[in-house]
Design a protein around this ligand. Structure first.
Ligand SMILES: Nc1ncnc2c1ncn2[C@@H]1O[C@H](COP(=O)(O)OP(=O)(O)OP(=O)(O)O)[C@@H](O)[C@H]1O
Ligand SMILES: [Mg+2]
Length: 355
């Protein structure tokens, strides 16, 4: 990354008018994406990810706000004059053309010299690991291979940024996971800015340098994967990314009284909401040491999930807390349904969220 802002959105709003109704798809998004960055837009269906992407590509004009590429205002510049390329979920290769011709298509259109086309298509097929498949037709390839051809076709024109809208959506889980690693490798190799749209949180966490978590047309948090996971800014982010426990109440002297115990929230007083991740919590029957957050409850459910057990524990005040415990030594559960247990965790693993 060079620190240069490749893509900037300044207070971008997009309203659609359909059947006399106004739909606010994007409601004031401001963000900057650095050159060479793998940046993801993550959020549930309908939150405005595709609309945001289409405004960056120029297929959609913002109702309000500015789009800048490399410092230049491109708000009113058409898509073919922007130095970005887009890959869609349905990758739409030309079915009657070979892999080679699909990738060469854009360069031929631009009337690049034959020798240059040959060199660049050859290089690109190497990068996506399909050097020996140039003569095949798209229907003779697997879904993942077709997706890599689509990627090669988009990258061969050397755009400064590549926009990918749920490009792995059509693939099954195994192939998806393999392609996530491939995509990341390819991005590192070509060094181009990638803007990646997904509603799959694990996909975003795996691949991204930074993630903008969107909800209902706004960005709720913009940060690196670790920060988003460990320090969610809002209740929405905490709930959307992984599994999270929310505990709320009035704190006095840095302690929140819940579930027949205490949650330590150093320096906090008044109403607070705290999140704590399931894997940070220890479940046991002995009373935990002072200096730990500790609450009491009854095990409502134990689910065996292979590498770990998941416990649902009901606290005295009705709140439910999920606990993950790794099956590091043997697969026997430490507690059974109906058992009375203590849950404990270190103060640093409680994270006070905004709202
Ligand atoms: N052309 C359009 N006309 C009217 N409303 C639209 C149009 N395109 C999108 N919308 C609405 O704008 C909102 C955001 O849509 P968008 O396609 O950006 O969501 P998304 O985050 O990409 O969702 P998904 O994950 O389902 O693809 C939705 O409520 C959608 O119904
Ligand atoms: Mg979409």
């Amino acid at each position: 990354m060079t620190g240069l802002s490749a893509i900037e959105l300044a207070d971008v709003v997009k309203e659609y008018h359909s059947h006399g109704e106004v739909v606010q798809a994007v409601r004031g998004v401001t963000l900057g994406i650095e050159e060479g960055e793998f940046f993801s837009l993550l959020g549930p269906s309908g939150c405005g990810k595709t609309t945001t992407m289409r405004m960056i590509a120029g297929f959609e004009a913002p109702t309000k706000g500015l789009v800048k590429l490399y410092g230049q205002d491109v708000t009113n510049v058409p898509p073919n004059k922007r130095d970005v390329n887009m890959v869609f979920q349905s990758y739409a290769l030309f079915p009657h053309m070979s892999v080679w011709d699909n990738v060469a298509f854009g360069l031929k259109q631009r009337k690049s010299p034959k020798a240059e086309i040959d060199r660049r298509v050859g290089e690109m097929l190497e990068i996506v690991d399909l050097a020996d498949r140039g003569r095949r037709m798209p229907r003779q390839l697997s879904g993942g291979q077709q997706q890599r051809v689509a990627l090669a076709r988009a990258l061969v024109n050397r755009p400064r940024a590549l926009l990918l809208d749920e490009p792995l959506g059509a693939l099954d889980l195994k192939l998806r996971q393999a392609m996530q690693i491939e995509l990341k490798r390819i991005q590192r190799e070509v060094g181009i800015t990638f803007v990646y749209v997904t509603h799959d949180q694990s996909e975003a966490l795996t691949m991204s340098d930074r993630i903008a978590v969107m909800n209902d047309g706004v960005v709720e948090q913009l940060a690196g994967p670790r920060e988003i996971y460990e320090r969610p800014a809002t209740a929405f982010v905490a709930g959307f990314i992984g599994t999270s426990n929310l505990l709320a109440g009035a704190a006095t002297g840095g302690e929140l009284k819940v579930g027949g115990g205490r949650v330590l929230v150093p320096g906090q007083d008044g109403d607070v909401t705290v999140t704590v991740r399931p894997e940070k919590i220890t479940i046991g029957t002995d009373e935990p040491a002072q200096g730990l957050s500790a609450v009491r409850g009854t095990v409502a459910e134990v689910v065996y999930l292979g590498t770990y057990n998941s416990y649902a524990v009901s606290l005295a005040d009705g709140a439910e807390v999920t606990v993950f415990q790794q099956n590091a030594h043997d697969a026997t559960a430490t507690a059974e349904r109906g058992d009375s247990v203590w849950l404990s965790w270190q103060a640093q693993h409680s994270y006070v969220i905004g709202s």
